[in-house]
Write a protein of this length. Sequence first.
Length: 229
Amino acid sequence: MKDIYDNKWKQWCPEELNILNDCTNNSDCKKNNNIFILHKKKIDQIELNKNIFQEKKILKAMKKQFQEGLKEGEIIGFEKGKKAGIQNLVQLEQKKYSKIEKIFLNFQQSLDQLDSTFADFLLELSLVVFKEIIGITPISNRDFLLNTIKKVIFHEFTNALHKKIILHPKNKVLIEEKYNSLIKLYNWNIEYDMSIDVEGCKAVTNLGCKDKTLSSLWKELYRIAQFEE
């Protein structure tokens, strides 16, 4: 009782205990709240990492598909380009051979025209010379004589081998510049001999020899004239 009189005892109220308990609970709540926040951040980080991983995986798959598509496109493009290149090459070769064919056709026509013109000229010349020497114009079969001259100045060796043409050396530059490739194309060889007439030539093969020199033509004309007599 003495303590009461000495004021050492304090009055106790239940509300103070409640306030103290509230403070203690408040501290625990804050601590729990902080733990919850940290846990939530970890979960969010894990989800974020998952999303980043998924995005990387998707990007990697897209990149792979892009590379495969690019490679496939390159192959398709290469094949198309190759096909177009072959078609262009074929067209160019066709044009080239068409031009060569046209050149050969024109060359053949020129030979035929030259053959006919030269034969007619030789025929007229032979008749004039014959008239001057003999004094009369020979009466002979004009077509027969013309065809004979044509055969002498132009003859094709279709199945001949070892074919060569002998010309006068004076014609070397002219022939090689204009007809060298054509003669080689048909497997003819060119030789030169001073004894050959400048205007003539000899065609020699395994089948025989065709002398197209001027002297041989005159011999043939003389033989024909004697035959007609």
